[in-house]
Design a protein around this ligand. Structure first.
Ligand code: ADP
Length: 585
């Protein structure tokens, strides 16, 4: 019960009220008893004085006892008191309620002895004669200023007790009602104080459980009201701070999530506490398995572990370039001790250098490929000019032959340079496409027709089969002609005498797929993924004198059209190159 503020306020108040009320009721009843008794005493005294006055002649004349008895009885009848007359020696000489001859000497009664001394005497005690508590008041009877007897009036206190009892009952009833009312009022007040505190506690509870919108409208202007206002202010600040923290956190999480570099945070003992998707990707981990594990368990690469250990032992940033060996991945690793946080930890950042290395390798390859491609025609040009200078010039027949061969070499050089320039232009994006909705026929037929003579010279049948109702394609016609030329040219080049080259097209969904099929030498499966690379020639020994750039250019053009190019081929049976490009909307 005392755990509720309502009772803690109400119970002491109720106890206090009960205590005060009972003390008040007790003192009131004793005060009223005293007041009643002194009133009664005064009344009895005046009656006694009256009786003393009346009886003085009788007492002085020493009339016989019966006359005084009658007087006493008469007075008792009129007043309802007991009346006694006593001689100065203490002998009872008149009595209203008893047989005076049977009564003992009254000189030793306190009120009588007081009256014998000439003053008014009174006493409360158990009456010998009546056997009940009585109040006695005695006054001297005087005649010619001499004391001739005592008149005593007495009354049973039972009446006084009854009046005191009824008075007490009234007082206690009033006190009870007052106590009840006061208790109810104090309970009501306690409840009014306790309710806002209780509501505040409930709101604080909701807040602690994460409901940051919990607020309370202050119902009073007192301390609790002010506390409610402060509490609301605190909740609002808390909500703002949590919101700004979570904004910050989601911003950071977004950065971590999308950054290309791997980020791993470990505690001082090397337990992984955070890692981003780039880290799981670079280290080929499963995220659930990663968190909570030790860095040593996750990262099996000894150089990276060594780097972490070095950073841990000298508490300084460590960097290194690491070749993880797995799929030729190169990483630039930085391990930094985190000093500013409460708990010490380490930040491991991994930057993937693989692509950069690959680009470097491609550049190196390109330079060596170009040199290689240039060397052959240049060497043969050199040989031809040497031969001419050494005397062939004198033989017009031979000179013409040599010049023809020199022209062929120069043409090859020009083609190489043109193709390189073309590739560079397309790759750099400096050749914007002029896209137009074009009938498939116009995209395919002109280059096929241009190469027909060459096909016939090579003894091949070149056909184009286009079904009716093909949608238009969204292409830069000139560029698509180039693609078609390269593909058909290759097909002619790699198909032996008597073979067939067929160009066809079909609609597939919102795309048109063009196929250039030949019955030529075909391409080995291991070469198929690589023939679209620059300078790649499947069989260098049987090289047809091409540059190895034709398919690379074709692929770039097709990709710029948002299309795909691929090959299906069987060695010795032939190849089919497919180009899929979007149809015009
Ligand atoms: P090239 O100038 O050497 O033809 P390409 O890039 O056009 O260069 O072709 C690359 C290589 O792909 C060729 O050297 C050849 O080995 C192979 N290739 C291309 N087209 C065909 C085909 N239709 N049949 C067989 N092999 C082909």
């Amino acid at each position: 019960m005392f755990r509720h503020i309502r009772w803690r306020i109400a119970i002491p108040h109720v106890l206090l009220i009960v205590l005060v009320m009972s003390a008040l009721a007790g003192s009131l009843s004793s005060l009223s008893r005293q007041a009643l008794q002194s009133d009664l005493r005064r009344q009895l005294a005046s009656e006694a004085r009256l009786l003393a006055d009346w009886s003085a002649p009788l007492v002085a004349s020493h009339a016989d006892g019966d006359a005084l008895d009658r007087l006493a009885r008469r007075a008792a009848d009129l007043t309802g008191r007991r009346v006694t007359f006593i001689a100065p020696d203490g002998t009872v000489i008149g009595e209203s309620h008893a047989d005076r001859t049977q009564m003992d000497n009254h000189a030793d009664r306190p009120e009588v002895s007081q009256a014998l001394r000439g003053t008014e005497g009174s006493d409360i005690r158990l009456s010998h004669t009546q056997g009940r508590p009585m109040m006695y008041v005695a006054v001297p009877i005087r005649m010619d200023s001499g004391l001739i007897g005592i008149a005593r009036v007495s009354l049973s206190l039972a009446q006084v007790d009854a009046r005191v009892a009824s008075l007490q009952q009234a007082i206690f009833t009033a006190a009870g009602v007052a106590t009840l009312l006061a208790t109810l009022i104090s309970l009501f007040i306690a409840e009014r104080i306790a309710r806002p505190v209780r509501e505040l506690t409930a709101v604080a509870d909701r807040l602690s459980k994460g409901d940051l919108n919990a607020r309370l409208t202050p119902s009073t202007r007192d301390e609790v009201g002010r506390l409610t206002l402060s509490f609301n202010r605190m909740a609002r600040r808390l909500q703002e701070q949590v919101a700004s923290l979570s904004r910050e956190r989601s911003r950071l999480a977004g950065i971590l999530e999308h950054m290309a570099d791997a980020v791993i945070i470990t505690d001082r003992d090397g337990q992984v506490q955070l890692l981003n998707p780039a880290a799981t990707r670079l280290l080929a981990l499963q995220p659930p398995q990663a968190l909570g594990h030790s860095f040593r368990q996750l990262v099996r690469h000894p150089r990276l572990l060594e780097l972490w250990r070095r950073a841990a032992s000298c508490r300084e940033e460590q960097t290194a370039t690491i070749d993880t060996g797995a799929h030729g991945t190169y990483l630039h690793a930085i391990v930094t001790p985190l000093e500013q946080t409460d708990e010490q930890g380490y930040l491991v950042m991994l930057h993937d250098l693989t692509r950069l290395r690959q680009l470097e390798a491609v550049r190196r390859d390109l330079v060596s490929n170009i040199s290689h491609e240039l060397r052959t025609p240049l060497a043969s040009l050199k040989a031809l000019t040497d031969t001419l200078r050494d005397g062939a010039l004198e033989d017009p027949e031979a000179a013409r032959r040599f010049l023809d061969r020199m022209e062929v070499e120069v043409d090859a050089l020009i083609q190489l340079v043109q193709e390189l320039l073309e590739l560079a232009r397309i790759e750099s994006g400096k050749a914007p496409l002029n896209l137009r909705a074009t009938p498939v026929e116009s995209a395919i037929i002109p280059p096929v027709e241009r190469l027909r003579a060459q096909a016939e010279r090579a003894g091949l049948t070149l056909t184009a089969e286009l079904p009716d109702g093909l949608p238009e394609v969204l292409v830069d016609t000139e560029r698509i002609h180039q693609v078609m030329t390269n593909l058909v040219h290759n097909a002619i080049k790699f198909t032996p005498h008597g073979g067939r080259v067929t160009v066809s097209a079909e609609a597939r969904g919102d795309r048109v797929v063009i196929a250039v099929a030949d019955t030529g030498v075909g391409i080995a499966p291991e070469d198929q993924p690589r023939i679209f690379e620059r300078f790649y020639k499947a069989d260098r020994a049987r090289s047809s004198g091409g540059t190895g750039l034709g398919l690379a250019i074709a692929r770039h053009i097709v990709q710029a059209h948002n299309g795909h190019i691929w090959v299906e081929s069987q060695q010795g049976k032939g190849s089919t190159f497919y180009v899929s490009i979007p149809a015009a909307p």
